[in-house]
Design a protein around this ligand. Structure first.
Ligand code: TXA
Ligand code: MG
Length: 319
């Protein structure tokens, strides 16, 4: 199957209406989208992505009201958060109704929903009478795509179409929250920061650490992985330790080597710029055939928390 890359959404609408899967741009990362109400299409998504079925998908809509028939209820606090942050990088986990196929949620009683902030995808969703299930458009376990060409490299010949919406503005996946026992819980750190959420809801628990078994089965330890092994630590010390090796370097704001295989994510030391460029930098460094990629902990505040989470997962290796 030849994979086309198009800026226009008309062809995508036709394909999605006939239960095909299409890569779509969002503000976070590109998604691999299909009709969320059609089990065979959902199976196709899992198959193309080579994703295990125990890892549930996020359902995308352009208006929270449209989800009312697919969820049991929407707590007031979720409406309030949506008012402030949707469209945007925030996903809500809500109790699902039977209208959402069990395949979408991997058998969980809840469904994850978000309104992505990208004009092309919002236009697309407004023209469909069903929501779109979409995981990130990478192969399972690999780096998430923030450009159409990243999707093409991983999924060419497996899907008919990629909508090119340019480089993703946020660059890391959405923050996932749910409301449980009168408390807002953060299940995945992402593009909406805890500080932003706290402006709307004071009492927040971050439960991402235990999430692997219980809350978000997709929060696997080894994820977003580069093929080149990646090590997080003190870069100068690591450069000394691995001086016999061909090292690539991924740093926040400082330059650590005169070698060519270095990417500085934000010379101005801005976390939002670093987040936006992170996955592309991982794609690029991974293609340089270095022995290892050395990187560092980012400041553990704001988007730095979500970046550190991605780096930790990318560097995790089961020995
Ligand atoms: O920014 C994003 O969220 C991107 C774009 C494409 O929207 N999507 C994305 O999807 O990151 P994906 O499939 O890579 O990650 C979805 C994660 C799952 O791995 C799982 O951890 C969590 O969402 N999830 C989905 N349904 C859930 C549920 N019912 N309860 C808890 N976690 C859920
Ligand atoms: Mg993903």
């Amino acid at each position: 199957m030849e994979t086309r890359i198009e800026k226009n959404i008309d062809h995508a609408i036709k394909l999605l209406k006939t239960n095909q899967v299409v890569a779509i741009p969002t503000e976070t990362v590109y998604g691999l989208a299909g009709n969320a109400l059609h089990p065979e299409t959902i199976l196709k998504i899992y198959e193309v992505k080579q994703r295990p079925r125990f890892d549930p998908l996020i359902v995308h809509t352009d208006q929270l009201q449209k989800m009312e028939k697919f969820v049991e209820y929407i707590p007031d606090i979720i409406y309030k958060l949506a008012e402030s942050f949707s469209p945007g990088p925030l996903t809500f986990v809500l109790p699902k109704t039977a209208a959402i196929p069990d395949l979408v949620t991997s058998g969980l009683a809840s469904v994850a929903v978000r309104i992505p902030d990208h004009s092309k995808t919002l236009e697309l969703l407004s023209q469909l009478d069903f929501p779109l299930a979409a995981p990130s458009a990478n192969l399972f376990g690999q780096i998430s795509p923030t450009k159409a060409k990243h999707v093409f490299h991983q999924l060419q010949n497996k899907i008919p179409l990629i909508i090119d919406g340019g480089e993703c503005r946020v660059g890391i996946e959405s923050t996932i929250v749910r409301y449980k026992n009168n408390q807002l819980e953060v299940l995945r750190l992402g593009g909406t920061t805890i500080d932003q959420l706290k402006r709307i809801c004071k009492d927040i628990a971050v439960v991402t650490e235990q999430s692997e078994q219980i809350h978000a089965p997709g929060q696997l330890k080894s994820h977003y992985a580069t093929r080149t092994p990646m090590i997080v630590g003190d870069i100068p010390q690591l450069l000394e330790q691995y001086k016999q090796k061909d090292c690539a370097v991924l740093s926040f704001s400082k330059s650590y080597t005169s070698g060519k295989k270095q990417i500085i994510l934000s010379e101005k030391a801005e976390l939002s710029e670093a987040a936006k460029k992170l996955f592309n930098a991982m794609h690029v460094l991974d293609s340089l055939q270095a022995d290892i990629i050395l990187t560092e902990e980012f400041p553990p505040v704001g988007l730095g928390l979500a970046i550190n989470d991605r780096l930790r997962r990318a560097s995790y290796r089961e020995y």
